[in-house]
Ligand binder design. Structure first.
Ligand code: CMC
Length: 455
């Protein structure tokens, strides 16, 4: 039988006329990739793709996104089905194991998550080292990193399945506790211990909002809204924070330290901080009468203002997560009649105006997940500084599932990108006594350091 010819692309060097063949690899869905792993050894050149806009950094069987069709699948299941029919721990199980759990497996997994929710009392002492007004994400980076000293290589072999489960279970179980304590610390309130009889989201709300003076009993709408928000943020393919965790992990570093690196990456406004900007924008718009002015600003090309929570880099028709979250956002808003209500009413009006505006329609600019998650978190009573912290709790499963996948693939190499060097060529060393005469160039021009170095 004739062997099917492997598909390939040929790169031609215009200067030498040399041809180089690279094979195409096909995934189960989505764009194929050209395997350029031998590009340097064949051509002596590197490929150049800052920001990885055309680069598949790995192969993965966890999450699939089709931005054009507005599709997000976890292990083959549509995000809409998962959000409408399951809960967050079930989605965690799916991401980690590849299949949805049966009843027995779900109960066992619930046991794992609830048995490890408490933090070592020594960890609690770390919190008091942070400034009272610290951003809770600064605390998250520190505390998650500190866990690596409690779960060290001395006691655990993280390359073994057992060791990996220690990392997975402890991180998933402890992250809501770490987050809730960061919040309590910012308020100056006593830390609230987890309650094992509550489900994952109920327990999280309990730790966030109960006090020794009164237990917080959230309504079903609140628990559901948080649970759906956690599901919708659980994983999103090779995003910046996930890639950071994997890159740190590729050197064999401690998984708790790797996840701390992921927390740092998520903190940035271009990644986890967008829902915070939605609420800040609503405060700026202030009242319904001002909506038109801000819509006009968003459309004005000379004005850098953009309507926060609208548009998406990957989803060009709609964000499937936003459609689901909208429903839970509205159920929650129906229930709420608090001081925050005018702001939330303003959000719904803004959504209505933008969705009917020709500019937003023609550019296919729809509300993204952050538009609704910001409103939900505000409605739950959390300050903006906690928004990215909640995202951190949700995304932990994505990070650790992808970290686990890398570890299961024994052939994975350390991540070590190369560069296009644009600095000085090799030059002769100038002795110190000769440098004063030769250095006419200003040091660090236009910066504070520059002023410091001015003579
Ligand atoms: N308000 C006004 N105009 C917009 C907006 C917006 N929010 N988003 C895009 N546009 C315009 C943009 O000016 C451009 O116009 P033109 O074709 O005339 O140049 C057109 O729509 C296409 O936009 P783009 O800049 O090519 O889109 P992008 O993929 O570079 O940007 C985005 C995507 C999310 C950065 C952008 O839509 C944006 O800045 N949105 C507001 C911030 C936001 O909500 N970010 C959260 C995204 S969800 C994150 C996640 O998945 O976790």
């Amino acid at each position: 039988m004739e062997k099917e010819k492997k598909k390939s692309v040929t790169v031609i060097d215009n200067q030498t006329g040399k041809k180089f063949e690279f094979f195409i690899k096909h995934g189960s869905s989505g764009p194929s990739v050209v395997d350029f792993s031998t590009f340097y050894s064949k051509t002596g050149m590197f490929t150049y793709d800052p920001g990885y806009t055309s680069t598949a950094s790995c192969q993965s069987a966890i999450t699939y996104i089709d931005g054009e069709k507005g599709k997000l699948l976890h292990r083959g299941y549509a995000i809409e089905d998962l959000a409408n029919n399951s809960d967050y721990p079930e989605v965690c199980y799916l991401l980690l194991n590849g299949e949805l759990p049966d009843e027995n497996q779900k109960e066992k997994f619930r046991g794992i998550l609830t048995n490890h929710t408490m933090l070592h009392e020594q960890i609690l002492r770390f919190y008091s080292g942070f400034r009272r007004d610290s951003h809770p994400m600064a605390i998250m980076v520190g505390i998650v990193g500190a866990l690596s000293s409690f779960y060290s290589e001395k006691n655990y072999d993280f390359s073994s399945i057992e060791g990996q489960w220690v990392a997975v279970s402890r991180l998933l179980a402890k992250m809501p506790t770490i987050a809730a304590i960061a919040y309590k610390y910012s308020l100056g309130q006593p830390f609230i211990y987890p309650k094992n009889e509550l489900n994952y989201s109920e327990n999280f709300l309990h730790m966030l909002f109960s006090t020794p003076c009164g237990e917080y009993h959230p309504s079903l709408a609140r628990v559901e809204a948080l649970d759906k928000l956690l599901i919708l943020h659980a994983d999103h393919e090779q995003n910046a924070s996930t890639s950071t965790v994997k890159m740190a992990g590729s050197s064999g570093a401690n998984p708790f330290a790797c996840v701390a690196a992921g927390v740092a990456s998520l903190w940035g406004p271009a990644h986890g901080g967008a829902n915070e900007s939605v609420i800040r924008m609503l405060y700026e718009i202030e009242k319904e009468e001002n909506i038109k002015e801000y819509i006009d600003k968003a459309k004005d090309k000379k004005d850098p203002f953009r309507l926060m929570g609208f548009g998406h880099r990957v989803y060009k028709n709609h964000d499937p997560r936003a459609n689901v979250l909208r429903k839970y956002c509205y159920s929650l808003l129906e229930e709420i009649d608090s001081v925050n209500y005018p702001l939330l009413k303003l959000a719904t009006k803004l959504e209505e105006v933008a969705l009917n505006d020709k500019y937003f329609i023609s550019k296919k600019l729809y509300p993204n997940v952050d538009f609704y998650s910001g409103i939900i978190l505000k409605a739950l009573g959390l300050p903006e500084s906690m928004f990215t912290v909640i995202f951190t709790v949700a995304r932990t499963v994505g990070w650790i599932s992808q970290w686990k996948e890398v570890n299961e693939n024994q052939t994975t190499k350390i991540s070590r990108p190369r560069q296009l060097y644009i600095g000085k060529d090799e030059r002769a060393f100038t002795k110190l006594r000769d440098r004063n005469r030769t250095s006419k160039k200003k040091m660090f021009p236009g910066t504070v350091l520059g002023r410091l170095f001015q003579t």
